[in-house]
Design a protein around this ligand. Structure first.
Ligand code: 5GP
Ligand code: MG
Length: 180
């Protein structure tokens, strides 16, 4: 375990097992379809890579980079698109893959922006969900794990761009935030 990690919340075996379950559920739901799977960078990159390999249906992939403004929890347009999709989503079944649903503002606003491009459907797959923190009216269709209101890193998630490559989800030691 990395010396900056206080506690492992979800270990590698549990991650792999749960991502497999999500892939099976999505495989049943998207039978006969060919969705566009959209990774929200950077936090989703490892989850997305594991998830698409257990989804047994034809699909294409694309990526977005967004940054969220504060703003109202229900007002749209508070999401800044730093890297837009390369694909046209009109008529497509879109699956947004996100690392963690926290206040929900980012995905609420992003879904609103994308829904105006005429997709056939938009669903959300979130590795982690922190429902206690929710401010926007949004839930994920596929959730890996519900987690308590603690700041987590690993398996794609960062603190100050570090720890993304840890193979588990962990909680940082408090001194990591307070030093440097
Ligand atoms: P929100 O749902 O509040 O709009 O934003 C979710 C984003 O906040 C996530 O995509 C992630 O970048 C960041 N975030 C929220 N909670 C955590 C956490 O516990 N750890 C990390 N690394 N990022 C978080
Ligand atoms: Mg993010």
């Amino acid at each position: 375990m990395n010396r900056d990690i206080q506690r492992i919340l979800v270990d590698e075996a549990r991650l792999s097992e749960r991502v497999n379950e999500l892939g099976r559920a999505m495989t049943a739901d998207y039978a006969g379809r060919e969705p566009l799977i959209v990774g929200i960078l950077r936090g989703s990159f490892i989850f997305m890579a594991d998830l698409v390999r257990v989804c047994d249906f034809p699909c294409t992939v694309d990526f977005m980079v967004v940054s969220s403004y504060g703003g109202g929890a229900t007002s749209s347009g508070n999401v800044r698109i730093l890297k837009d999709l390369s694909e046209d989503i009109s008529g497509r079944d879109v699956i947004l893959v996100e690392d963690i649903l926290d206040t929900g503002r980012t995905l609420y606003n992003l879904r609103d922006v994308l829904s105006r491009r005429g997709p056939r459907s938009i669903r959300i797959a979130a590795l982690l969900d922190k429902p206690d923190r929710r401010e926007a009216d949004i839930t994920a269709d596929y959730v890996g794990f519900t987690v308590p209101n603690e700041f987590v890193v690993g398996y794609g998630l960062d603190y100050d761009q570090r720890y993304r490559t840890l193979p588990y989800i962990g909680i940082l030691k408090p001194e990591v935030y307070t030093s440097s």
